[in-house]
Design a protein around this ligand. Structure first.
Ligand code: PLP
Length: 386
């Protein structure tokens, strides 16, 4: 398996430099996709599986899409080791919609949910949840500019929360819930509560144990596809909760019962996620991807650690393997850095307006070579501007 994964990665790198003049795209989202996936999609857009029609021209009830959807669900389950006690739902509205879907479906007005606010998106989740139930902020990272993920001792839980919400990877600030080896770290949570997790920017970038979560959600456009579809993994017993009257289309129970086809689903985005899942399997699965992602991030963090020029935003123990945030000594130098990087074939390195500086996103589909090219550029830039 690993020999195969290596051969395949090499092919992708060859495409990147020789195939079509594509450059290294460090965008935080929508993010880079594997070239094999894009090439397959290009083909299937015209004529999928010899049907004489493109994927987006088929009915969402036709055999062709039945197969696309069932394989996407099956592969998603296989990759994440998602047992039958969890539903796999594809839905629309982005991760942003899940900010209200989670409390609307899972929190009664008299119940309390804890929110651990570790970044920009976690702030959004916390704000939108206010519409439903009692929302307790058990950690507020704002005063510390969301530089790190709190320890259990720093988190102040409420007495009996229904669930605890976290964001596993903070896309904008570049921090991640992780142990020293990069594996998933989770907060200690009060007995009887379940974990709800915004996993947008690191889902399927490393192995995970779904049984530790009640519900996980992610917009597909960072690690598992394109914008237009979100993945929701939810424990089946939670679907029995019915805390308030909601329109059918906003009920997890209905989306699950109708197997993501209550209405016309986002056919093409689901198809794209299906291709990405097949690509992940071909790479050797999450353990292989995680290993590669650790190596990729290390190429860049090693430069930060040996530099007196760059300053990383994240505290070392909270560094994200997906989004690497740093600054040079001045904003003028940041601008020069970003402009020079573009000339050298690297795009979308500007940090979010909330943080400034530089942000390099190294999602699953970013080849190792891209991170190597960036690391070399960083050293050279420091040598000539430091
Ligand atoms: C990108 C992102 C979002 C927003 O996702 P949309 O699909 O645009 O709604 C939410 N949370 C995190 C962690 C993200 O990275």
């Amino acid at each position: 398996m690993s020999a195969m994964a290596t051969a395949s990665a090499t092919n992708l790198n060859t495409h990147t430099t020789a195939y079509s003049g594509r450059i290294y795209n460090f965008s935080a989202g929508p993010g880079v996709l594997p070239e094999d996936v894009l090439l397959q999609a290009q083909h299937d857009l015209l004529n999928i599986g010899g049907t004489g029609m493109g994927i987006v021209e088929h009915s969402h009830r036709a055999k062709c899409f039945d197969r696309v959807l069932s394989e996407a669900v099956e592969d998603c389950r296989a990759i994440g080791n998602i047992p039958a006690s969890y539903e796999v739902i594809f839905t629309t509205g982005g991760a942003t919609s899940q900010n209200f879907m989670v409390p609307a479906n899972l929190l009664a007005q008299h119940e309390t949910a804890d929110y651990i606010t570790t970044g920009y998106w976690a702030e959004k989740s916390y704000e939108q949840a206010q519409l439903y139930g009692n929302i307790h902020e058990s950690w507020d990272g704002r005063p510390l500019k969301h530089r790190y993920i709190p320890s259990d001792d720093e988190i102040k839980p409420s007495t009996n929360p229904t669930y605890v919400h976290i964001c596993s990877n903070n896309t904008i600030y570049g921090t991640q819930w992780r142990n020293a080896d990069g594996s998933v770290r989770l907060p200690r949570i009060p007995a009887g509560a379940f974990l709800a997790c915004d996993m947008c920017s690191d889902i399927y970038s490393r192995p995970m144990d779904i049984s530790q979560f009640g519900v996980v959600y992610a917009g597909a456009q960072k690690n598992v596809g394109i914008a237009g579809v979100s993945l929701v993994l939810i424990r089946k017993d939670l679907l029995a909760k019915n805390p308030r009257e909601l329109p059918l289309i906003l009920q997890y129970r209905v989306l699950a019962k109708d197997e993501s086809r209550h209405n016309t689903p986002p056919v093409f985005p689901i198809y794209m996620s299906g291709l990405v899942f097949k690509w992940i399997i071909k790479q050797g699965g999450l353990a292989a991807l995680h290993k590669r992602n650790i190596e990729k991030a290390k190429l860049i963090y090693d430069v930060l650690d040996s530099s007196t020029f760059y300053t990383g935003h994240a505290r070392v123990d909270s560094r994200s393997l997906m989004n690497i945030t740093f600054k040079s000594p001045t904003t003028a130098l940041d601008d020069l850095f970003i402009a020079g990087a573009l000339r050298a074939g690297m795009d979308n390195l500007r940090g979010h307006r909330a943080t400034g500086g530089v942000r390099a996103s190294a999602y699953n589909a970013m080849p190792r070579e891209g991170c190597k090219v960036l690391a070399d550029y960083m050293r050279e830039f420091e040598r000539t501007h430091g």
